[in-house]
Ligand binder design. Structure first.
Ligand SMILES: C[S@@+](CC[C@H](N)C(=O)[O-])C[C@H]1O[C@@H](n2cnc3c(N)ncnc32)[C@H](O)[C@@H]1O
Ligand code: SF4
Length: 415
């Protein structure tokens, strides 16, 4: 099948892309000579109150003292970038759970603002941290986009996902508490979890529809190799052949309810800030333990180990442990993938960035996508068609699964 073929190609490219290269020297990292607004900042907070068995992000069980110290190291890392002349417009807090320790988070946001950063702030949280007090604090702090990880409303699925800390009624109540307080409220769901049925997923979507929310993101389950084995021992096979049925439900329901695709996974009402800064920004800096950065063709990986992260930032050094210089072709391929993930690629922007015409340099790739009916081109825009949405989902799943494999390797080896 076409989608599987493209997924395989992306998996191979993803593995090459993420092959860790040489160690890096701080002085090699310089602020790009471009408008500051073109670089985004990702801030990773790797602590959660409980650890979900499917999750491959760098996360540790919450400990107040460790988290407090972590925020201090984070500030040091940010300072190192500021001293190098970096300025950022959009800031994305991800995790882990950025809201695990609210006073430290709010102080950090203040610090961003005192440095004229954070004009646009997106932040992830779990329903556990949502209440009226926290919603007001986040709103006053200037958070523009709040994303809540719901995953499912089904009590059996929530239990299987290790997320029985809120039941359906409590989840709805929390969502309504957060609604209408931010420019964008997003809810995250996971599909194709081993014990999840199409019927239970349809019921999730019905509940979602009844809540009238700005944006929704559906992640296909993407476990790293060891997490996948563990899930399969407990439940049943993680079966990607079921994925298309779930994805069809997503496309039908979001379309019928007036949502437009912002990415293959994210659907919004109107124009909204999205989570995938890889789509909107060619260059991004990730700070925090386990973050990655892409700067002018170089892919950097931060230390995943909290101790190493503290040690390096304590020595006023960037906590980068590996660097991978991407070839021009790899970079163009990555650009094609990330922009198509955001549904539309602007060929003029491609020319400005790479000084070549995409039709010449990625001729075979484009021809294949067009002849298969997965994209169409009009004026200077290459756009994903309805037929292209599912293959795109598979490609992104494979790309992010490769990233999850890298995360697992770094976590297990405490790099
Ligand atoms: C990193 S989490 C942060 C949000 C918050 N900690 C939470 O869980 O509610 C962001 C989203 O990633 C998704 N996610 C995490 N692990 C995943 C996996 N293995 N496969 C697919 N999606 C995953 C979940 O939907 C989650 O809401
Ligand atoms: S899904 Fe969210 S809450 Fe669960 S472990 Fe991952 S980051 Fe933490």
């Amino acid at each position: 099948m076409l989608a599987n073929f493209l997924g395989k190609v992306t998996q191979l490219e993803g593995k090459k892309f993420l092959k860790l290269g040489e160690e890096v020297n701080d002085s090699e990292i310089i602020a790009p000579e471009m408008k500051n607004s073109e670089v985004s900042l990702y801030i990773h907070i790797p602590f959660c109150k409980t650890l979900c068995p499917y999750c491959c992000f760098n996360r540790y069980l919450f400990n107040e003292e460790k988290t407090r110290k972590y925020f201090q190291h984070l500030k040091k890392e940010l300072d190192l970038y500021l001293q190098k002349g970096f300025r950022f417009s959009s800031c994305y807090f991800g995790g882990g759970t950025p809201t695990v320790l609210m006073p430290e988070l709010l102080e950090f946001i203040d610090y961003l603002k005192s440095n004229s950063l954070g004009k646009e702030i997106s932040l992830e949280t779990t329903p556990r941290e949502i209440d009226e007090v926290n919603v007001n604090l986040l709103k006053q702090a200037g958070v523009n986009r709040l994303s809540i990880g719901i995953q499912s409303f089904d009590s059996d699925i929530l239990r299987a996902m290790g997320r029985a800390f809120c039941n359906e009624e409590e989840l709805k109540e929390k969502i309504l508490t957060a609604r209408n307080n931010f420019d964008t409220l997003n809810l995250d769901f996971i599909f194709n979890f081993p014990s999840q049925s199409i019927e239970s997923f349809q019921a999730d979507l019905e509940i979602f529809n009844s809540l009238d929310i700005d944006q929704v993101t559906f992640y296909p389950l993407m476990p790293s190799p060891h997490k996948k084995n563990a899930l399969e021992r407990r439940f049943r096979k993680v079966d990607t052949s079921r994925e298309k049925d779930f994805y069809d439900v997503i496309l039908q329901t979001t379309h019928a309810s007036g949502y437009n695709a912002s990415t293959a996974w994210c659907f919004s009402k109107g124009k909204r800030m999205i989570d995938e800064y890889v789509v909107d920004f060619d260059d991004y800096v990730g700070i925090g333990a386990g973050s990655v950065s892409l700067l002018q063709g170089n892919f950097y990986v931060n230390s995943f180990s909290l101790d190493k992260y503290a040690e390096l930032t304590g020595q006023n050094r960037l906590p980068i442990i590996r660097l991978r210089k991407l070839s021009d072709h790899e970079l163009m391929y990555y650009y094609l993938l990330s922009k198509l993930f955001g549904i539309k690629l602007d060929t003029d922007k491609f020319r400005q960035k790479f000084k070549v015409d995409i039709h010449k340099t990625l001729r075979k790739e484009l021809m294949f996508l067009k002849l298969s009916g997965l994209v169409q081109e009009e004026e200077s825009a290459i756009e994903v068609t309805l037929k292209g949405m599912y293959p795109l989902n598979v490609m992104m799943r494979e790309f992010f699964s490769s990233l999850n494999g890298l995360r697992e390797y770094c976590i297990e080896n405490q790099l």
